[in-house]
Write a protein that binds this ligand. Structure first.
Ligand code: PEP
Ligand code: MG
Length: 884
């Protein structure tokens, strides 16, 4: 293979081979822009080096050949004694990894050539400064000497001389410092600083290759989801000097403002300096427009080039440039990173300017960026957090600490902003969570109850803040450093960063969320206009419908305003908690027909009212109501507590010890409730429960129809593993609806379908589809059962190891595991549709609101995704993006 490409041989599309920097240097070279001559050694050579530990065969000869060409182009030889050619050796991977890998400048300087550089530059100080920088950079990055040895020596030199800055050292000082640096190399690296320029070059190249494997590079790749096996390219480029005097300088620039997206160039310039000086922030830079006064010609050329680049790349470009004695050189360009707000503004501006079309504008933004824009945020702070945990549900919330649901409700209703702090939450905390601004727990990960429910409610949540010791009884928690926070104290919770602060941080509401919630119009701000235009285009292009998971009329209302075209999952669990729990308890424990009928009669009107209001909010749109799912024991008193109560009552000789209740609880106690009597199993052992729910649904539909409404009723059965389970429930449900239709004289249209959330259901989907009008993939349970790990426990335990070791790059509870869970979904889609071509298909697990997963659901052919109301705009955007 060919391992080395001259800049003139590549182009921007060769980034896999030449890295991002190399590909764009090539592109600029080919465009005829002033790029210093150079060449790129490919990522393939790097991969070969990393596998074998040796430079691949033929590479040395290719480097020779390209080095000679470079020398010819420059009319100078690498490190020649008079007027030496010096080169920069820079890393450059496929994806930008700023500062993570090695760069060595001024390669080619030696004891012999340093005088030649001084003569050419007419500046002895510059020559010695460059040489000492080379020894320092080479010593640390190539030879692995601890950087402190050099910085200590530099500090010592300045102290001896009595100067504060590097500029206080003259040529003689720097010459002495260079000698000291070479001593450090000899002592610490056990070898001389190499005096052969070509040896310097080869060692620098090898060191850049090897820097792919450093811990910090790995950590960065892990965080950014960059694959481990890409390797980096190496760019070897003639050095140009921005530090030759006031006619020289260096800078960075953007063709638009990368922070806001505002049009107009933007950048910084530093006269008489090298590139690192800008990055290091040692001296104050000038705004780019000042270059117009200092160097009018170079400025004008730079403006032309920036316009050319933006036109060529049709996007925001960032560049690095150097001016050497009035001559402008381009050292780098790339399509620039930008904030989420800038991404939307720039995409829309370029579309309005006619540079890109609406599809391309849609491609240029992401659901993740939109999500970021929708959350209120804290401003910057230099306070130290009280604790750090899992950033489970984004947002910024300030409020007083409460430790139980009842207090949250009470204080919330009194108008206080409260933060519910619990070790972990369970369904009984729901009311408290609804009344809280944020939820903070010390246990559990991103799919813990607290995290899932908080995301669903749009509440900020930090969970798994393990350094906190929460004492709910004493109504206080203690941090790692012993700070005690008591009930009523104010804290600030940053769900985007996963941090918690004592006291109140200032919060700014999100204008984008205000726009989607109907509190602001699109025309009030150019960001909102951009969001509006882009999401409207997504709505024109999408194939996937977006529904919402909503359990209350309020949620349904909000979901509709946010653009949902139906409810894909109405979980009926919470309708049975709170005050109604005793009614359910009575039903479960009822011993005779009469007692059971009485309990049912009490629940029916409550359920009917729930559904009536939801149908009203979603009039004309589908509403999928899921029959009760949670394990039985959740409706019964706590086993341990009850045992104690009975023991105490008996010891006191009381006659009314709740022994029957304890026996029932004993009987229903399960070791593994998530694999126990829940979902359809519950419906089959207490058929009256599902009868009740179906009757409530049908009666609510009848009420709505009589009122002139158009309810689209979908009844969904959870946790089905076999067609027979569904058939039994469906048969009873049909009879119940028919009864209601007869009684009310109303023709009730409805569909019965099932969740696909067990592997067996996916694998027998063809059979199940015979009695299901629709499937909704419950990817939370499906992920849990396919992997065989508990969705409530994993993240705090072995997940960190799995993530670090690369078993997966993102939690499979967050982004769909295409290979495993995704494959089962694909099978179920294929076999379900084969059995019933008009089968409707959707997903209602947490993944329905995850941008990366939505693309998969589109590809696999689902009809809709259903997600929490707050995620609906994000899902709309991604549904559109999946098409373009
Ligand atoms: C699921 O399992 O994906 C689902 C939507 O149901 P739940 O989260 O209520 O178990
Ligand atoms: Mg489920």
């Amino acid at each position: 293979p060919k391992y080395v490409y001259d800049f003139a041989e590549g182009n921007q599309f060769m980034a896999d081979l030449l890295g991002g920097k190399g590909a764009n240097l090539a592109e600029m070279t080919v465009m005829g822009l002033p790029v210093p001559p150079g060449f790129t050694i490919t990522t393939e050579a790097c991969r070969a080096y990393l596998t074998t530990g040796a430079m691949p065969e033929g590479l040395a000869a290719e480097v020779d050949e390209h080095l000679h060409a470079l020398e010819r182009a420059m009319g100078r030889k690498l490190g020649q004694v008079d007027q030496p050619l010096l080169v920069a050796v820079r890393s450059g991977a496929r994806y930008s990894m700023p500062g993570m890998m090695d760069t060595v400048l001024d390669i080619g300087l030696t004891d012999d050539s340093v005088a030649g550089l001084a003569a050419w530059a007419g500046d002895e100080r510059l020559a010695w400064d460059s040489y000492r920088r080379l020894v320092q950079m080479f010593g640390t990055t190539v030879l692995g000497v601890d950087a402190e040895h050099f910085t200590d020596a530099l500090r010592h030199a300045k102290r001896t001389k009595g100067v504060a800055g590097d500029l206080g050292l003259d040529a003689g000082d720097l010459r002495a410092l260079t000698a000291t640096f070479k001593d450090i190399v000899r002592e610490r690296a056990g070898r001389e600083f190499p005096q052969d320029p070509r040896e310097q070059l080869d060692m620098a190249i090898a060191s850049v290759f090897a820097s792919w494997r450093t811990d910090r590079a790995r950590t960065y790749r892990h965080a950014e989801h960059i694959p481990e096996d890409l390797g980096t390219a190496v760019n070897v480029c003639a050095m140009v000097f921005g530090n030759l005097g006031d006619d020289s300088g260096t800078g960075v620039a953007f063709t638009r403002d990368p922070a806001t997206g505002a049009s107009g160039v933007y950048g910084d310039y530093l006269p008489n300096a090298q590139g690192e000086d800008v990055v290091a922030g040692i001296r104050n830079t000038l705004p780019l427009h000042r270059l117009a006064d200092l160097q009018p010609q170079a400025h004008e050329q730079l403006m032309d080039i920036m316009a050319t680049l933006e036109e060529h790349y049709r996007d925001l470009c960032d560049i690095e440039f150097t001016i050497e004695r009035h001559k402008l050189w381009m050292l780098q360009t790339r399509v620039g990173k930008r904030t989420a707000a800038a991404a939307f503004r720039i995409a829309n501006a370029l579309r309005e300017e006619g540079v890109i079309d609406a599809d391309e504008a849609l491609r240029r933004v992401t659901g993740a960026q939109l999500a970021q824009l929708m959350f209120p945020r804290f401003g910057d702070t230099d306070r130290v957090p009280l604790a750090t945990g899992v950033a489970a549900s984004p947002g910024a919330a300030v409020g007083e600490v409460v430790f139980d649901s009842a207090t949250a409700v009470r204080r919330g209703e009194q108008g206080a902003a409260v933060i519910l702090v619990r070790r972990e939450t369970n369904p009984d905390d729901l009311d408290g969570m609804i009344h809280a601004r944020a939820v903070l727990t010390s246990r559990g990960g991103k799919t813990s109850h607290a995290a899932v429910v908080a995301r669903g409610l749009g509440r900020t949540c930090v969970c798994g803040a393990e350094s906190l010791t929460i004492d709910a009884e004493a109504r206080r928690f203690t941090t790692a450093d012993g700070t005690v926070v008591a009930e009523g104290d104010v804290i600030s919770v940053d769900g985007t960063a996963g941090t918690v602060y004592l006291g109140e941080l200032a919060v700014a509401p999100s204008p984008v969320a205000d726009y989607f919630e109907g509190r602001r119009t699109a025309d009030s701000d150019d960001l909102l206009r951009a969001v509006d235009r882009i999401i409207s285009h997504a709505d024109r292009r999408h194939r996937l419908e977006v529904r919402a998971n909503a359990d209350t009329p309020q949620d349904a209302h909000r979901a509709r305003r946010l653009g949902a075209t139906g409810i894909g999952l109405c979980r009926t669990e919470h309708m049975f908690l709170g005050d109604r729990r005793t009614l359910v308890e009575r039903l479960i424990l009822a011993s005779g027909e009469a007692a059971r009928a009485e309990a049912l009669a009490a629940l029916l009107p409550l359920q009917r009212a729930d559904f009536t209001r939801i149908f009203e909010e979603m009039d004309g749109l589908p509403v999928t109501i899921r029959l009760l799912d949670p394990p039985l024991h959740e409706f019964l008193p706590d086993h341990v507590e009850l045992t104690a109560r009975v023991a105490v009552a008996k010891a006191l000789g009381q006659t009314d010890a709740p022994e029957d209740l304890l026996r029932a609880v004993d009987r229903l106690h399960e070791q593994n409730p998530m694999l126990g009597t829940r979902g359809v199993r519950l419906g089959l052992i207490i058929p009256e429960l599902y009868d009740l729910q179906v009757r409530a649904i049908a009666e609510a539909a009848a009420v709505r129809i009589r009122a002139g409404g158009t309810p689209h009723v979908e009844i969904m059965v959870p946790l089905v593993g076999d067609a027979r389970e569904l058939e039994m429930v469906a048969a009873r449900a049909r009879r119940t609806v028919a009864d209601v239709a007869r009684e009310s004289g109303v023709d009730i249209r409805y569909r019965i379908g099932t969740m696909i959330e067990l592997p067996r259901a996916a694998l027998t989907a063809g059979r199940i589809a015979e009695s299901a009008a629709f499937f909704s993939f419950g990817t939370n349970d499906l992920t849990q059962t396919v992997w065989g790990f508990s969705r409530d426990d994993v993240e705090g335990s072995f997940f960190p190891v799995y993530l670090i070791e690369g078993v997966f790059e993102v939690s499979p509870f967050e982004t769909i595991d295409r290979e495993g869970v995704g494959r089962l979904i694909a099978i179920a889609v294929r076999e379900g549709r084969a059995a019933r071509p008009d089968l409707a298909l959707g997903v209602c697990g947490e993944h329905g609101g995850d941008p990366a997963s939505i693309r998969f659901f589109h590809e696999v052919g689902l009809d809709y995704v259903s997600c929490s109301p707050f995620r609906v705009p994000v899902a709309r955007l991604e549904a559109g993006r999946a098409v373009v």
